[in-house]
Write a protein that binds this ligand. Structure first.
Ligand SMILES: [Zn+2]
Ligand SMILES: [Zn+2]
Length: 274
């Protein structure tokens, strides 16, 4: 009765409940992910690791052998200066692809070290949907290859790492956020700070079959900045990490929120380029 008489308080209360649910499931998922990481380390110690793709035994603490690692399809220049789409041919100057010519994307550029096909897709799929969290360090190593792009240099000097968030309902189902886990590996490798700055406030439908415009519409206002990070990101360069770049709609929406709240620029790093 009280709630029905106070519509503003009603909305505030709903927001508070939503924030509490989001924080609750994020904390639970972080704890669970950390337990899974520790368990997989203990198992690696008792049972030496095997290559995830060819099953050969390994001793270097990773889950991909050298031949399998070398057989992955790495992206190579020339690629679109904005979305990172690769092109065959001999283009030495900066160019943007036809897709990007009539788009407004809020990030500075996007890079991914691997094409999304065959073995690399198997790795990500097993990691993400079959909860193979022991692949975190292996995939984090592969992801970090993308940072060799010289355009990341100013970001590596003074940047912040942020990952694309999952909605709490999806996090509850999946138990860990694959983008966040890989970002934690990057934090160890680069020494850059990582903050869980964004939250997904709408559990959007899966985007796989949508056109680009439909994806953007589907994602509008789906992300928010966590208020406690507002001061922290002022004037900062942000490396935004996700698992796969397809049309750029998700990373564009996240970049929009970060820039709106005062970040100076955003560059995108994803494991795969779809
Ligand atoms: Zn192998
Ligand atoms: Zn492009």
């Amino acid at each position: 009765m009280f709630l029905s008489r106070c519509p503003n308080q009603n909305v505030d209360l709903r927001h508070k409940i939503r924030d509490m649910k989001s924080a609750h499931f994020h904390n639970r998922a972080s704890t669970l992910a950390s337990m899974l990481r520790q368990t997989s380390r203990i198992l690696d110690y008792i049972y030496p690791a095997h290559c995830h793709l060819c099953q050969c035994p390994l001793t270097h603490g990773r889950h991909l052998c050298e031949p399998c690692s070398e057989s992955l399809k790495y992206t190579q220049a020339p690629f679109c200066k904005l979305c990172g789409e690769c092109y065959d041919g001999d283009i030495s100057s900066d160019f943007s692809c036809p897709n990007c010519n009539d788009l407004k994307l809020d990030f500075e550029f996007a890079r991914a070290p691997l094409h999304s096909d065959g073995q690399s897709r198997t790795l990500l799929h097993d990691y993400k949907y079959r909860r193979q969290i022991h692949l975190s360090d292996t995939l984090g190593d592969l992801l970090s290859i993308g940072l060799d792009d010289p355009r990341f240099a100013p970001y590596l000097d003074e940047g912040i790492l942020v990952s694309v968030p999952l909605h709490w309902a999806r996090l509850r189902k999946r138990k860990f956020n694959q983008a966040e886990e890989m970002t934690i590996c990057l934090k160890k490798k680069t020494g850059l700070p990582y903050i869980n700055a964004l939250k997904r406030i709408r559990n959007t439908a899966t985007q796989t079959r949508f056109s680009r415009s439909k994806r953007l519409e589907n994602l509008r206002d789906a992300f928010e900045l966590r208020a406690k990070y507002k001061n922290y990101i002022q004037g900062k360069r942000i490396i935004l990490v996700d698992d796969i770049f397809t049309t750029g709609s998700t990373t564009h929406e996240c970049s929009k929120v970060l820039l709106h709240h005062g970040a100076s620029s955003v560059a995108i790093l994803t494991l795969l380029r779809g």
